[in-house]
Design a protein around this ligand. Structure first.
Ligand SMILES: C[S@@+](CC[C@H](N)C(=O)[O-])C[C@H]1O[C@@H](n2cnc3c(N)ncnc32)[C@H](O)[C@@H]1O
Length: 287
């Protein structure tokens, strides 16, 4: 088969682009730019898809899904107070930091939840994690998701109501979303991430000085805590739905909105991967 030729597999229902040069051995690829450590075999895809379907079944029938959906719908109602709320309020879904779902049950079940959101809100889903392999990206595309083609570091300016899904993501991604949409356009962002409240209360103030947007938004951010009742307790722990009602945003002083310095993150031992770091090995935390 020639390079780039397309093949399909009946059992998995998969279309796979085959490449001529295939690496036969596993190499350590910490930042996973998607070419190394990527076996890309049908066996592998079949196994990943089997586990995905199992996760889907579990999530679909779980009370956990209801908690997420009720919290999102409540935030929509509160954002849209006094107006008619339709099912099409959310126009876009963006997911960062899902993780390597081929080898992580947390990432796999989070992906199953993301697909439920896609169906429920009937919107395009855009996804990016620099560690995803080529096989994982192809699986996501086959599931109907759009792979974001470059590392935007969470700096996505929204012009329609967008649901961000950041499962257990580094604080930098949340801070960058806030920075990029700083001002009243935050009312178009609904963010599922680690609880903002916990980030603030659990971090020493010295650790928060690089996350100015996270700290400054405190008076205007509303959060709905998501109880962790899933059968697997390390998949949806410490999550909340965050939203920014316009009335709360209007109480923030102009001085706060005028602040627009580009965030700089000096501590590169967090799990955040910026454009520069994606091309070099991980640094070790200081001992
Ligand atoms: C703690 S892991 C969470 C993985 C998984 N969601 C979980 O709960 O186990 C953080 C994830 O954020 C991803 N990440 C780091 N920088 C990112 C970036 N610039 N854009 C998107 N994802 C990023 C990492 O690759 C990693 O998969």
């Amino acid at each position: 088969m020639d390079e780039g030729e397309v093949d399909s597999n009946c059992e998995t229902g998969f279309t796979l682009v085959k490449y001529k040069r295939r690496l036969k051995y596993k190499k350590k690829n910490v930042l996973g730019n998607g070419n190394i450590n990527d076996e890309c075999s049908y066996d592998n895809i079949g196994d990943i898809m089997r586990r995905f379907r199992e996760s889907q079944l579990l999530i679909r029938n779980s009370e956990q899904l209801n908690y997420f959906v009720n919290a999102i719908n409540k935030s929509i109602t509160l954002l849209n107070a006094n107006k008619e709320v339709g099912n099409n309020f959310i126009k876009d879904i963006v997911c960062y930091g899902i993780g390597k779902f081929s080898g992580s049950h947390q990432a796999m079940h989070q992906l199953a939840l993301l697909i439920q959101f896609k169906h429920l809100y009937n919107t395009p889903v855009h996804i990016f994690d620099p560690v995803l392999s080529q096989t994982e990206r192809e699986i996501l595309m086959n599931l109907g998701l759009n792979i974001i083609s470059y590392n935007e570091e969470g700096k996505r300016k929204v012009d329609v109501v967008t649901l961000f899904f950041l499962p257990h993501c580094p604080r930098e991604l949340l801070n960058n979303i806030l920075f990029t949409n700083w001002g009243h356009s935050l009312c178009k962002c609904i963010i599922i991430s680690n609880s903002h409240c916990r980030i603030i209360t659990d971090s020493p103030s010295s650790a928060l000085h690089n996350y100015k947007y996270i700290t400054e938004i405190t008076p205007a951010i509303q959060q709905i805590h998501i109880p962790n009742i899933y059968r697997l307790t390390d998949v949806f722990n410490d999550m909340a739905v965050h939203y920014f009602p316009i009335e709360e945003l209007e109480t923030v002083s102009d001085d706060v909105w005028r602040y627009n310095e580009h965030p700089v993150y000096s501590k590169h031992y967090s799990e955040f991967i910026d454009c520069v770091r994606a091309n070099r090995p991980l640094e070790q935390p200081p001992s």
